[in-house]
Design a protein around this ligand. Structure first.
Ligand SMILES: [Zn+2]
Length: 219
């Protein structure tokens, strides 16, 4: 693992290293044999607010201090959504890579040069397939992202936004008040910055000045 950390930093300078929560949980389960603690670990990892992350970690500590210590030894910027420095879009598993591993399963026995060629052809095929599909789309974003935005819009219609300053807004719902900063593309709920797409609170804030929601999506 340490060699991998060094090589990734050298090969992809400025990139952020994220650990898959499924593998971390498998290690935790193997060592401490507790599904409940695995669930709490996932809760801490997926939390979008610092307070929710802390709460999950405190629950782990209350149940088993050794587990909390074991988790604390893993740098939190590598596994916890709230501490990750790059954009992870709430993807905390390596499922996509596992799928591709499966695609390459039969090629593993090939000599190295043939294996590299085979991998390149597969990647080319996938890109070409996506390129053709993408060329037929009439939307700004992918279907999945458009759906996500539509859902934010329907949530946003239930909120009451107020302007605080040029780019900052306070958005009220029946249970919470969230602060939105449209310039920084952040919301107190954590979804705006994690997903790179406006959350319902941000959409509500944009509605005040009829701003274009696509301008606030991550590049
Ligand atoms: Zn929000």
């Amino acid at each position: 693992m340490k060699g991998l950390l060094r090589v990734v930093a050298e090969a992809l300078p400025g990139s952020y290293h994220s650990y898959g929560i499924r593998h971390l949980n498998a290690n935790l389960l193997k060592t401490f044999k507790s599904q409940k603690l695995c669930k709490l670990f996932s809760r801490a990892a997926y939390a979008l607010r610092e307070s929710d992350h802390k709460e999950a970690m405190e629950l782990i500590k209350a149940k088993n201090e050794k587990v909390e210590k074991w988790i604390s030894e893993i740098p939190k910027e590598n596994w916890a959504n709230v501490h990750f420095k790059g954009a992870r879009w709430n993807v905390l598993t390596t499922n996509a890579a596992e799928c591709f591993n499966n695609v390459l399963k039969d090629a593993r026995e090939l000599p190295i040069a043939a294996l590299v060629d085979h991998t390149r052809w597969k990647v080319q095929d996938f890109f070409q397939f996506r390129r053709k599909a993408g060329a037929t789309w009439k939307t700004h974003l992918t279907h999945r992202a458009e759906k996500w935005l539509d859902r934010s819009c329907s949530f946003g219609s239930k909120f009451l936004p107020r302007t605080c300053s040029w780019n900052e807004y306070e958005v009220l719902s029946s249970t919470h008040t969230n602060s939105v900063d449209l310039e920084k593309k952040t919301c107190m709920c954590g979804l705006f910055q994690t997903m790179g797409l406006p959350c319902g609170h941000a959409i509500a804030a944009m509605g005040l000045n009829k701003l274009d929601r696509y301008k606030y999506c991550q590049d």
